[in-house]
Design a protein around this ligand. Structure first.
Ligand code: PEP
Ligand code: MG
Length: 580
């Protein structure tokens, strides 16, 4: 049998192994006809009763699945779509004035909304179109009293393969003992996927499985990487069985840490925040109970498109993320265009050495109108949550002062336009160039906070392109000059009583956790997947025992001296059972 690998979209995590069970499509044909005058009231009564029944169903879902956070919000959005007065008015009009039968009237209303959101060409609105599609299907199934006997065919251990699923079937599929789902439709935020996630069912969407997956084929889903293997060869099969066992062990081990506060062995509290590149990651960080967003890289707005992002588009995204986070902080880094993060529309200048070129804040100060659009969007969103602004690639004191002056201009413009915003929004800087680290004492006087970007700080300290594999051995986090800059930066921040966080990959490397905590770091911002592992590790670290030793770093001459120094701090501070 030939093995295939089909790529889809990763929407949950987990591995599922089982036999393919292809279900029939859920597409329902919409009946279209003209009704008589005397049918109008009956159609409308049926309409109202159906809405209230579906709303009840949704309420039951929320309760039964104990949905919280993002998932609950999305499902409540579905409820709002149904209860929207405009929906009722538009269907009533179509039935009463145009004599459309109910199914047709609902169809017309929903297709208008779906087309509208799809044409807005924006990820957030595309998800809103999916919400409308989901609600439409749910309502149509209800109107047509389509029952769900398709699930009768499912046997324990099956992986269900279907183009699309109503949410109500997902829980039934789970009850029948299916281990995973492969779908060709559905977004990360669609109702069915939320339920699958709540049930812990591995699921992949966007898989073009037609004519490739057949009834009874052996499937392996890797829902984190978003692919499905069809009839895998023996050694792969065994590899995934082992991987599945390993993941199950790791997850059940880490799940207990979700609700725990990140606390060290000596009971000091820390914060573990998240670095995100895409708005969609917010959902995941809420699931692991992250303390907020310590670094929102906003380059995704600018890259992979032909035009610039508008103020409204950015505002909508910042606002929505801030609202989802509630009181938790959201640190928005202004765009770090340049270097290796070059946008396709940015063809103004070709640089021979872009990493040392017009990157980050240099770009923003050069193209102030682009910068101001982003700053105004952040300010406008600042009333909806706990937002801070952070500038990337600051290398001089003057740059920070100039960037803040541009921010002040934006504040003035919003005042004049009577647009409210958080007047005292905190403004911080990345410390990711050696000159910023060396001048940290001065910067700390004018900044509200620091976040140390170790990825670039190392690259620029040792003059090694972080993406160049040929010289990767020079890109070594044990370099004593680099570690010295980190320690000096932390000390400067403390001197001026300014918070200092660490982002960049080093924050998630547990080899350095004891050093960082003992040096005085209170906040670590890491990729979402590292959150629980780090939280667990911190519980084994004493954050005070190493304090008298941290300045021994200044005696290190070589990389191996610094490695011995870090090992020594680990020996002193990390519970032996956890030694990394
Ligand atoms: C860093 O440089 O450490 C950092 C977090 O920024 P980026 O990786 O986006 O350059
Ligand atoms: Mg950086």
């Amino acid at each position: 049998m030939i093995m295939y690998q089909l790529q889809g979209i990763a929407v949950t995590t987990g591995i599922a192994i089982g036999k393919a069970k292809l279900l029939k499509d859920r597409n329902v044909a919409v009946e279209e006809f003209e009704i008589d005058e005397n049918q109008i009231e009956a159609e409308l009564e049926f309409f109202k009763a159906s809405i209230s029944e579906v709303v009840n169903e949704i309420d039951q879902f929320i309760e039964n699945f104990n949905l919280i956070n993002e998932d609950k919000t999305i499902i409540e959005t579905h409820k709002m779509i149904l209860l929207d007065p405009d929906f009722v008015i538009s269907v009533e009009k179509l039935v009463r004035n145009d004599k459309k039968n109910l199914e047709q009237a609902i169809y017309i209303h929903f297709m208008r909304a779906i087309d509208y959101f799809k044409n807005l060409d924006n990820q957030l609105y595309a998800e809103r179109a999916c919400d409308y599609e989901d609600v439409f299907h749910r309502l149509m199934l209800h109107l047509k009293k389509i029952d769900s006997n398709v699930v009768d065919e499912i046997e324990e251990g099956d992986i269900v393969v279907v183009s699309d699923l109503p949410p109500s079937l997902v829980s039934q599929i789970h009850k029948k003992g299916a281990t995973g789902i492969v779908m060709s439709k559905g977004s990360k935020a669609s109702h069915s996927i939320i339920i699958a996630r709540a049930l812990g069912l591995p699921i992949i969407t966007g898989v073009k499985f037609q004519h490739i997956i057949h009834q009874g084929d052996v499937l392996i889903i890797d829902s984190k990487k978003g692919f499905v293997l069809v009839n895998p060869v023996d050694h792969l099969f065994q590899e995934f069985i082992d991987l599945q066992k390993k993941i199950k062990r790791e997850i059940s081990d880490l799940i207990d840490y979700i609700e725990l506060i990140p606390t060290s062995a000596n009971s000091e509290e820390f914060k573990i925040l998240s670095n995100i590149d895409l708005p969609i990651e917010v959902e995941h960080l809420l699931e692991v109970n992250s303390d907020g967003i310590g670094l929102f890289r906003t380059e995704s707005f600018y890259n992979d498109r032909k035009n610039l992002p508008t103020e409204d588009e950015q505002y909508a995204t910042y606002k929505s993320i801030a609202q989802k986070l509630g009181d938790r902080p959201l640190v928005i880094r202004t765009t770090d265009i340049g270097g290796d993060k070059v946008a396709s529309w940015y063809t103004l200048e070709k640089e021979s050495n872009p990493n040392l070129g017009c990157r980050g804040i240099r770009f923003s100060l050069k193209y102030k109108s682009i910068f101001k659009v982003q700053l105004r969007a952040i300010l406008e969103a600042s009333n909806f949550g706990n937002i801070s602004i952070m500038f990337p690639m600051i290398s001089t004191f003057e740059e920070f002062v100039e960037a803040k002056a541009v921010l002040d201009e934006c504040k003035e413009e919003l005042h004049r336009a009577r647009v409210p915003f958080a007047e005292n929004i905190p403004v911080g800087t990345m410390i990711e160039t050696p000159s910023a680290a060396i001048c940290a004492d001065g910067l700390a006087r004018v900044c509200d906070f620091f976040s140390i970007g170790t990825n670039d700080l190392l690259q620029y300290t040792v003059a090694v392109d972080r993406g160049n594999e040929n010289i990767a051995s020079y890109y070594n986090h044990y370099n004593p000059a680099f570690l010295t800059l980190i320690l000096k930066t932390i000390q400067s921040a403390h001197k001026h009583k300014k918070p200092v966080a660490i982002c960049g990959e080093m924050a998630a490397d547990t080899q350095f956790t004891a050093f960082l905590l003992n040096a005085g770091i209170k906040e670590l911002s890491v990729g979402v997947d590292h959150t629980l592992k780090l939280k667990k590790f911190i519980r084994s670290v004493d954050s005070k025992k190493g304090v008298p030793f941290v300045e021994k770093l200044y005696d290190c001459l070589t990389t191996s001296d610094a490695k011995n120094f870090i090992d020594r701090i680990n020996e002193i501070c990390v519970d032996k059972g956890y030694m990394c």
